[in-house]
Design a protein around this ligand. Structure first.
Ligand code: SF4
Length: 212
């Protein structure tokens, strides 16, 4: 059984898969408390579902892309099995994780989207940098940036860990706090070879809308 906050069907708003129809499985609980968290409701709310029930729900959406997210999906020890079952059902499987827990438990066929935490959220000390050893060119790394300090810190971590040689890197502004234009100008000014990651679901629907 897994504790599930919500399952829904929407447009993928982030990552190199942005724009594609996607089934989202949002799991309950998180081991972190980021200052800018936009899914606080996933900390506790949820109901128990079997993997079969989750797969049945996802199959009802008639999509080929599925994302396991949270909260922090790796808090629950059945998450790798859920990922395996979705892969067996021929889904392209994305797993969005904070990088504070061991991503090596996930099947290699998943796209692991590792959202290493930047200093302004207060959780950067929780990053498990040895997760970099598990990354392949099938995975993605994301940094969410609120300040120039976050951006400079992310640049340093990208260089320190050689991340540009491993997988696509996205840098995303905290919605409503750092302008897209400012972040775009920083990236261009530095010729930093990263992807500006906008949460496009927040432009399609009202930013606070749940289940999109
Ligand atoms: S890791 Fe994600 S879900 Fe957990 S507190 Fe941070 S932003 Fe929120």
């Amino acid at each position: 059984m897994l504790r599930v906050n919500e399952i829904f069907h929407s447009i993928q708003g982030e990552s190199t898969f942005a724009g594609w129809p996607c089934a989202f499985i949002r799991l309950t609980w998180c081991n972190l408390r980021c200052d800018y968290c936009d899914t606080v409701y996933a900390y506790e709310e949820g109901r128990d579902m079997s993997i079969d029930e989750i797969i049945d729900t996802v199959n009802g959406y008639n999509v080929r892309l599925a994302e396991i997210t949270g909260g922090e999906p790796l808090v629950q020890d059945q998450t790798p099995e859920l990922a395996r079952r979705l892969l067996q059902e021929s889904y392209k499987v994305l797993v969005e994780t904070s990088g504070s827990l061991d991503i090596g438990v996930l099947p290699d066929e998943c796209v692991r989207i590792v959202d290493f935490k930047t200093p302004s959220c207060g959780m950067a000390g929780k990053n498990m940098w040895r997760n970099v050893d598990f990354l392949t060119d099938n995975d993605e790394v994301k940094f969410v940036v609120r300040t120039r300090g976050d951006y400079d810190w992310a640049k340093e971590r990208i260089a320190e860990h050689g991340l540009l040689d491993i997988c696509p890197i996205s840098v995303s502004p905290v919605f409503g706090e750092l302008s897209n234009k400012t972040l775009a100008e920083w990236i261009l000014s530095d010729s930093l070879q990263v992807r500006l990651n906008l949460q496009i679901h927040k432009y399609i629907w009202e930013p606070s809308t749940r289940g999109v």
